[in-house]
Ligand binder design. Structure first.
Ligand code: ZN
Length: 107
């Protein structure tokens, strides 16, 4: 359900990314369009229509709960895959990253 205006290409590597707003910092955050099953730590929430989605970093407990829900009813919760920051996967992230490493927190 995430397409259109929100998807653009990374200027460094050309990968398709979604621009979201980081829940923590309020800053724009590029998110990989392709979700990786059983990896990633970000849930995108569409809180305001017409605004970028909000990137919520899940905690370990939240991920465990999501995984458990998926295992109980795979049809409702499929696929079990979260988003990851493009900072984590961009081959040239080191060149253009300006903030602290994404996805390194969580308790
Ligand atoms: Zn990139």
């Amino acid at each position: 359900m995430i397409e259109g205006d929100r998807v653009s290409a990374c200027r460094s590597c050309g990968a398709r990314v979604i621009w979201a707003t980081s829940e923590k910092s309020g800053k724009a955050l590029p998110i990989d369009v392709e979700r990786v099953p059983f990896r990633g730590s970000i849930v995108l929430r569409h809180e305001v229509a017409g605004e970028p989605p909000v990137a919520h970093y899940t905690s370990k407990d939240e991920r465990a709960a999501l995984k458990a829900a998926h295992e109980r009813s795979p049809e409702e919760h499929r696929p079990f895959a979260l988003f990851q920051s493009h900072f984590a996967s961009c081959p040239s992230a080191a060149r253009w990253r300006t903030g602290p490493p994404a996805g390194t927190t969580g308790r």
